[in-house]
Design a protein around this ligand. Structure first.
Ligand SMILES: [Zn+2]
Length: 497
């Protein structure tokens, strides 16, 4: 091969020594591609001085080495370069060094041209690591390492590049609910500002240290979940920042602590009753069986059995209803009513399209339930405590809806007064009411700074899909860099209304 072709192939100081070898490589999915390997040696000059001890004219050839570098993937031909190069040895310091290979990419057995191909594809943000690796016939690891190195250069310290007056903090699960991480975002842009394993107060202290005092002084308000401990960190170090409790979180908190808990208790109670009746039935049958047919005692016991079975049926019925009521109890009445309306419309369409014409429904099509609100009512009427709790939840949603601070304040006061009345009947209301009272400041601030943790839902979703796109990201540092970068691809511009 001439020097001219070598230059156009971006292979300076490469001298071919043999004819190229052509092979067909079969992929597991049945597809194939060609591999063309060029053989040659490196012609760069011997170094004039030892790179280790700087002694002039001290290096000598120690041995010949060989390596194959991936060079280019064009069409469906993978071009590889098999190189012969030299290892030198210093007569002064006895250390070795290798011949300079101008077209080899440092740290990888690929050429600079191939490296640039990978970088080019990485620049197209939609491509996944696995996708790029497959399309260039290389390993996932090489692409990942290159991507990671580039991201590290792009974000050397993972620090915010501008002030953020409104921020939001939340926790998300790293591994299916076992380990948690804390994430802080710029509420307006959606950019991730901080990310650390753990979901305690100290994570927020680390965040403060990371961004520094000056940056924190520019923060006006922070939105967070009521459950977390983050508020303590803010209060002790930056009391000027308004803490905002997200309305969505307040409702979720109520649902978790009151509705779900009541449902669980009620289910347990029904289960215990069922067990009791089953025991009683067992006993009665034992006594009843040997008795003479038609005797008074037998008649009496049979009657008792009949009643027990009836009671058992009722309890089983209540239990099943309760078991399937989770969705209904956690929805709003309004939402369920709408759902029923949509379902009615859907069923009407199916009826007109198929049933009226005597056709059966196509596969995958079915009628939707129009009894969501009715199901809710059945559960509520059979359980007084759940009925109260559901009513309180609905009222709480209503009270939180306003953006007028006076209305919000009086609404919350009224709600608390009402809720306190039921503390005897529903004891878990006590701790919830207490929490609302101590955090009232942050609830009322919602009216002044209408920021919420809503944008974090999107961030959490992005984190999940990012993880899925790369088989779980076992490399934590890379995973963090990746989501840091992803949150900056499409910058949002939310405004404070
Ligand atoms: Zn030397």
């Amino acid at each position: 091969m001439t020097d001219y072709t070598n230059t156009s192939l971006e292979l300076p100081y490469f001298e071919t020594t043999k004819f190229p070898k052509k092979e067909i490589k079969n992929e597991p999915d049945g597809s194939w591609y060609k591999v063309e390997t060029m053989y040659g040696r490196i012609t760069t000059e011997k170094p004039t001085a030892c790179p280790h001890c700087n002694e002039a004219h001290s290096v000598e050839i120690n041995q010949h080495l060989f390596a194959t570098l991936k060079h280019l993937y064009l069409g469906n031909v993978l071009l590889c370069i098999h190189i012969e190069y030299l290892q030198y040895w210093c007569t002064q310091c006895s250390r070795t060094c290798i011949q300079e290979i101008p077209f080899k990419q440092k740290e990888h057995f690929i050429t600079k041209a191939y490296y640039n191909q990978i970088v080019g594809l990485l620049g197209k943000s939609k491509a996944s690591i696995a996708g790029i690796a497959a399309s260039l016939k290389t390993s996932w690891k090489i692409v990942k390492n290159i991507d990671k190195k580039q991201l590290k250069e792009k974000y050397p310290d993972l620090k915010p590049t501008h002030y953020s007056p409104y921020i939001a903090v939340d926790e998300f699960s790293l591994h299916k609910g076992h380990r948690y991480a804390t994430v802080v975002i710029d509420w307006q842009t959606g950019e991730i500002l901080f990310l650390e394993e753990g979901n305690r107060e100290e994570q927020l202290h680390h965040f403060f240290d990371h961004v520094g005092r000056d940056w924190m002084k520019h923060v006006k308000a922070i939105s967070m979940d009521m459950n977390a401990q983050y508020n303590k960190a803010i209060k002790t170090r930056y009391p000027h920042i308004k803490i905002i409790y997200d309305g969505f979180h307040i409702i979720r908190n109520f649902n978790d602590r009151i509705i779900t808990e009541l449902r669980r208790l009620e289910q347990n109670r029904l289960k215990e009753q069922e067990d009791e009746i089953r025991q009683s039935i067992k006993k009665t049958r034992k006594v009843c069986t040997p008795l003479q047919v038609g005797s008074e005692k037998k008649k009496e016991l049979l009657q008792q059995l009949h009643e027990d079975y009836q009671a058992l049926n009722l309890i089983r019925n209540d239990y099943t209803k309760l078991k399937h009521s989770r969705f209904h109890l956690l929805s709003s009445r309004e939402g369920l009513r709408k759902k029923d309306e949509v379902a009615r419309e859907h069923n009407r369409e199916l009826n007109e399209k198929y049933e009226k014409k005597g056709l059966s429904l196509p596969p995958g099509e079915r009628k939707w339930s129009i009894f969501n609100e009715k199901k809710l009512d059945t559960v509520l009427t059979s359980n007084e405590h759940l009925n109260i709790a559901f009513f309180l939840g609905d009222q709480l949603k209503g009270a939180l809806q306003t953006r007028n601070i006076e209305d919000l304040k009086s609404g919350m006061d009224q709600w608390l007064a009402l809720s306190k009345k039921y503390e005897v009947k529903i004891p878990m209301l006590k701790s919830f009411n207490k929490m609302l009272t101590t955090r009232m400041d942050g609830i009322l601030s919602r009216a002044v700074y209408p920021i919420s943790n809503g944008p974090l839902e999107g961030v959490n979703h992005m984190i999940k899909t990012t993880r899925r796109a790369a088989y779980g990201y076992r490399d934590q540092e890379y995973f963090f860099l990746k989501i840091w970068d992803n949150s900056r691809i499409y910058i949002k511009s939310r405004r404070i209304a």
